[in-house]
Design a protein around this ligand. Structure first.
Ligand SMILES: C=C(OP(=O)(O)O)C(=O)O
Ligand SMILES: [Mg+2]
Length: 556
């Protein structure tokens, strides 16, 4: 019987194939007691297993590169957490086997994370994966993970662990379906990086029987179970149309009537540059520099190391524009050496620019490194600050840039509603705005971006979010300044047209989304984008806004 499931489409493309479930069966070792003599052996086994799994995660990260690497290294750090290891050792000392001690210590750690509120919910799947890997190693059984198959399949999981998704072979994996996760979950980000269609927050995904045929539309989030021949044909036709449109749209981003909209790439470091260039990115719209800091052994990277990394990126875009975001530490990107340990509500706490203003030496070093990296290069360097709330924040950042002798455009991200509401005042201090719609949604709806259960508020089609985008874009237009979008919203081709209709001047996204956005935009006039934007804003919810924009654009 045919059924339709609906989730959130987070990575474009279409696929039809058989379901294969991720091997996530929890391995629970027996609660056997050991004698005192066995303690040293078990301690050694536990330490070796932890270290082997951590090293394997780092090795997988090196192979995968880019954002996946940062995620895998964060998992390796979880495994090597000294407090966790101490807990494992304590449990062995009082009679646990190595595998049971690891299992119980990680369960206690997991409960701590879960109890810390939804803030750390996104990390729980990563932690479970670390536990499964160490326990599997100690028990001598195969690692949990990607199913063995030599035929292409649609991968289904509760939530995907980064260690597995990072090494998936896109030629074998036709698409991802996850029961949990939101548009900004690791699964979603990694699916987009791999360029396979994905639907998250799909209720009923884990109940799909192994081998069931499903048709996945990663753009609309619709999954058809056992599609009939007509539905298959229709889907393949739509997919073929999309492919043809992708192939025929080339060159700089523009509407069909020639209104230019630069299409830029979001990158996490030099490893992402090749994909961006291949996708025809006209520059970088968001260089997330925190990966460099995550990777530098518990302290800020030296000025020299930063200069090298920035220069590699700047050199890749001669005559292009590169927007570098200064360190955005805190909340979903905590850094032990900068982020306060005990904050009741980290997303509302000291993060982003707030962290940097409390550590001026870190900001100064980063700005100086950027100035040195750009020396003598024909690149248009732009530097922006995250989590700016008002004009005073914007001024503090612009002052720091000037003090560091940086010759670049200074701008701010609009991620906090107050900055959108008072965008004209903020623009008295800086030259451009860049809308971070991921955080802007989080703060507009008071809904933690990492909480899968609140995924509906992360829908960037929500009219309240579109209203704030429009306010910021109008303010920038009135000041003769630019206003881009670098949040995930820019990677949805239909929404990209709406954002342009709202007055946004550039769009920045993961490289794999660029061809889709370029193709969609090239089919629309500016007037059509504006009409779609008005229809979306006149709606009462995210789904209605999308449908209204779609109907305006397809009816014309
Ligand atoms: C682009 C954004 O920044 P990040 O996702 O890195 O917080 C955003 O918040 O939309
Ligand atoms: Mg942000």
């Amino acid at each position: 019987m045919e059924t339709t499931l609906r989730g959130i489409g987070v990575s474009h493309g279409a696929a039809i194939g058989e379901v294969r479930h991720m091997g996530t069966a929890e391995l629970e070792p027996p609660t056997r007691r050991i004698t005192g003599e066995a303690v040293p052996t078990e301690l050694r086994r536990a330490r070796q297993a932890v270290e082997a799994v951590a090293a394997d995660l780092v090795a997988r990260g090196n192979l995968a590169g880019g954002e996946a690497q940062a995620v895998l290294e964060a998992q390796a750090m979880m495994a090597r957490d000294p407090e966790l290891i101490a807990d494992v050792e304590r449990r062995i000392a009082v009679g646990s086997t190595a595998e049971r001690a690891v299992y119980d210590a990680l369960a206690a750690y997991r409960a701590l994370l879960a109890g810390a509120g939804d803030y750390l919910a996104g990390r729980v799947a990563d932690l479970d994966d670390v536990r499964n890997r160490i326990v599997a190693r100690l028990l001598g059984v195969p690692m949990p993970g990607v199913p063995n198959s030599d035929r292409p399949y649609v991968l289904v999981a509760r939530d995907l662990a980064p260690a597995d998704t990072a090494l998936l072979d896109p030629s074998l994996v036709l698409g991802f379906l996850t029961e949990e996760g939101g548009p900004t979950s690791h699964s979603a980000i990694l699916a987009r990086a791999l360029g396979v269609p994905a639907v998250v927050a799909l209720r009923g995904a884990v109940e799909l029987a192994e081998g069931t045929v499903v048709a996945v539309d990663g753009s609309t989030g619709v999954v058809t179970v056992d599609p009939d021949p007509e539905q298959r044909e229709e889907m393949l036709r739509v997919a073929e149309e999309r492919r043809a449109a992708l192939a025929s749209a080339t060159g700089p981003g523009a509407t069909s009537d020639g209104h230019k909209v630069p299409l830029l790439a979001n990158i996490g470091g030099p490893a992402d540059v090749a994909d961006a260039v291949e996708a025809g990115a006209e520059g970088v719209g968001l260089f997330r520099t925190e990966f460099l800091f995550l990777d530098s052994g518990g302290k800020a990277p030296s000025e020299k190391k930063q200069v090298e990394a920035y220069r590699q990126v700047l050199e890749a875009f001669p005559e292009g524009r590169v927007v570098v975001r200064v360190l955005d530490a805190g909340a979903d990107k905590p850094l032990d050496f900068l982020t306060p340990a005990e904050e009741p509500n980290p997303a509302l706490g000291v993060r982003g620019l707030r962290t940097l203003l409390g550590h001026p030496e870190v900001l100064r070093t980063q700005l100086r490194a950027l100035a040195r990296a750009a020396e003598g290069l024909p690149v248009y360097l732009e530097v922006m600050a995250p989590m700016v709330a008002d004009r005073a924040d914007a001024r503090a950042f612009a002052d720091a840039c000037r003090d560091a002798g940086l010759r670049a455009k200074f701008g701010v991200m609009v991620e906090v509603p107050s900055a959108a509401l008072r965008a004209r005042s903020v623009l008295q201090e800086v030259e451009f705005l860049s809308l971070g719609t991921n955080d802007l949604a989080q703060y507009t709806f008071a809904a933690d971006r990492q909480a899968g259960a609140l995924a509906r508020y992360q829908d960037p089609w929500q009219p309240a979010l579109l209203d704030l985008v429009a306010m910021a874009a109008e303010a920038a237009g009135a000041e003769g300044k630019s206003c881009g979008v670098c949040g995930e919203a820019a990677s949805d081709p239909l929404l990209a047209c709406v954002l342009v209709g709202l007055g946004v001047t550039s769009l920045s996204m993961g490289a794999k989304a660029i061809p889709y956005v370029r193709a969609e935009l090239s089919r629309r006039t500016m007037a059509q984008c504006e009409r779609a934007a008005s229809a979306a804003r006149a709606s009462d919810g995210g789904e209605q806004a999308r449908a209204a924009a779609q109907s305006v654009l397809s009816g014309e």
